[in-house]
Design a protein around this ligand. Sequence first.
Ligand code: FE
Length: 305
Amino acid sequence: MASVGQLGYIGVGVSDLDGWKKYATDILGMQVYGAESDGTTFLRMDEYHHRIVLHPNGNDDVAYLGWGVPTLEGLEQMAAQLKAHGVSITGGTREEARARHVIELIKFEDPSGVPSEIYYGQEVCYPDPFNSPKGIHGFVTGDQGLGHVLLNVDDVDTNLRFYREALGMRISDFVVRQVPGGGEAMLAFLHCNPRHHSMALGKLPMPKRLSHIMVQLNNFDDVGIAYDKCKNQGLPIIMSLGRHMNDHMVSFYVANPSGWLFEYGWGARSVDDDTWQVQLHTGGDIWGHRMSGPGHFSEEPVASN
Ligand code: FE
């Protein structure tokens, strides 16, 4: 089965572009790397032209997910596999590829209607090295892509089947956790490279599709320094520093100007498909990750614990 290789870029709609630029640079340590005449703004995390794109369209949610494959042959295989699953493919013009700074791409929708793209040939900017305005020691990206995303979906099973069978992703594990309001959610975690998960899926009590994006730091102190900075500035830390039970990431969660969250982490374990065994987690995290303020999955307040 053909598989996507990485979550290479994400586009998000924003209403507060200036707030986002400040947050992305001062808090996350990303680099603002140019903008289009309509305000579309690129955020850089590594040697590639961008990993996150801000579209000032007032829609504070995911605009599209970009999945990378290494070669043209890989792209052709993915297109054939999508078609075999009855997925209609649109777009892919030269102008659309140029707008994403890739050689070629195809466009489709996932079962929740999230605009999705598969590309090959992302523009790389070696002569102009990544330069974090905050002086962080860089992000874990490369073949692992930009990080991971947790999507709120209408039906986990349908999406799980789609991401496994049409995009070729593999199950990492499942987590059952409490959600605000007293219910439970079963979250499915999927990988397409050694990163423990590039995507997580859950039916969550929240209006947006996008729950959070995780970015992983090379240096643990960069996480701690950002944690202090968020506290000093009074930013809404929705989950305190802690270590996840499944990917073993040490991280915290902070809201961004669109209201969804960034997970800022370090130290995750990775997946080797030859030896990985899927696990079920029901007992919460290893330590920390205490919720406060508005809930992780909801815009309703949740009591501190
Ligand atoms: Fe996460």
